[in-house]
Design a protein around this ligand. Sequence first.
Ligand SMILES: NC(=O)C1=CN([C@@H]2O[C@H](COP(=O)(O)OP(=O)(O)OC[C@H]3O[C@@H](n4cnc5c(N)ncnc54)[C@H](O)[C@@H]3O)[C@@H](O)[C@H]2O)C=CC1
Ligand SMILES: O=C(O)CCC(=O)C(=O)O
Length: 450
Amino acid sequence: MKDRADTLLENFMSGIAHRHGGEAEFLRAVESIAADVLTIEKADSGFTAARVLERLCQADQVIEFRVTWRDDRGAVQVNRGWRVQQSNLLGPYKGGLRWDPSVNLSVLRALAFEQVFKNALTGLPLGGAKGGADFDPSGRSAAEIERFAQAFMAGLAPHIGPDRDVPAGDIGVGAAELGLLNRAWMQHARVWGGALTGKPQSQGGSAMRAQATGYGLVYFTQAMLAEEGAGIEGKRIAISGRGNVAAHAARKAMALGARVISLSGRAGTWHAADGFSAAALDWLLGVSGDAAQTPPKDMGVTFIDGCKPWALEPDIALPCATQNELDLKDARALADGGCRVLAEGANMPVTTDAKAHLARAGVIQAPGKAANAGGVALSGLEMRQNAGFARWPADQLDTDLREIMCAIHDRLKAERTSCCMPGGGIDYRRAASVAGYRVLARAMVDGGVF
Ligand SMILES: NC(=O)C1=CN([C@@H]2O[C@H](COP(=O)(O)OP(=O)(O)OC[C@H]3O[C@@H](n4cnc5c(N)ncnc54)[C@H](O)[C@@H]3O)[C@@H](O)[C@H]2O)C=CC1
Ligand SMILES: O=C(O)CCC(=O)C(=O)O
């Protein structure tokens, strides 16, 4: 028999599905948060009357634009660009730009919705957004990337600005692309300044933004381990991906004495049974193309074609590549291999059935909206520096980052009474949704009906 919470969720989701029929990724993202917070909403007559969650599900606005550019052969190329400005309840819209062939409106809506809750957890004045294009930067020349960035910004520039909407990077958009995009924005706006974070320091970018997501992920993982009376030193950590987040998570974990036993890409996994050395990590992060699949013999690294890292029996799993990368089969392998802690560097990397299996197996899991919030938090600190024409040193920013990640952990811990695992530990997934929701709901009620 269905209980009250199930009926509440079913009714709520049928309304959202009516508006967003074909958008499977978005519906999954909403359902996962709605399952955690609808009973909280129902228990508060002010939140119920304000229809908080339903309003948060509806983006403030969605901008869609054509991106037309010329490739190196002189042929005209056409892509689609979007910016989903989900909510500016707590501050200017804030969230990354993704350039990847998998990008579509449903994926961006899902990421923007998550971003609203994540940004609320940082304690900084940040609204939530996400954007991007269905453009594949791999194999494109530097000149093509530059032309694409300028064409993309021609569509986006009228909608962003330091107090309005401040994009940053994500998959396919790194420091180099952010430099091109921010300069292009300055040309459109006819000002010097920053409407994007993660930009080069020559344009007012902040130290530590590149490192922040990966470092923050490891700081959050340390806080989870401390809660269990454990430390990170000597732990075997499997990391997926080998982009910005994965690379900096690996460096920080190694600096703290952990053994990073894997990184991965679309083609397969690099496995270092005794842990990557600094030299092996430098090699892997510096090599490209087919050469990456044949590691030098003295590195202690093997490439496992077509495999993911989750069957390597790690103590800790840090998925840092992309959404839905870790499925039920992977969850079984992790749990059977003795993994105790999983923290999401990527956004929504674990499928619904995999999350449920890990929970049943007693694996403590931190969702991306808490564990990878260090990136957007450092972006918030970049915005503060820009507003005050200031430049803060890296060591100060690193200290601030660590404090913010510990404060997020504390906010989740404060929800422990109602967000508790069967074994007694903190249910970080539910706690993150609930803690973010409370901040957003109070702000919505404060603003009346708008
Ligand atoms: N860059 C940032 O500050 C933040 C990023 N994230 C999330 O972290 C994840 C990674 O982002 P970045 O490192 O910035 O992107 P990136 O573009 O620098 O790296 C992504 C990496 O994942 C690999 N990859 C993609 N699909 C894969 C798959 N199916 N299996 C294995 N590897 C795959 C790519 O080859 C690449 O190495 C994304 O989910 C992103 O939304 C979350 C918070 C902030
Ligand atoms: O720093 C930002 O604004 C982007 C961060 C982001 O896209 C994310 O947290 O997923």
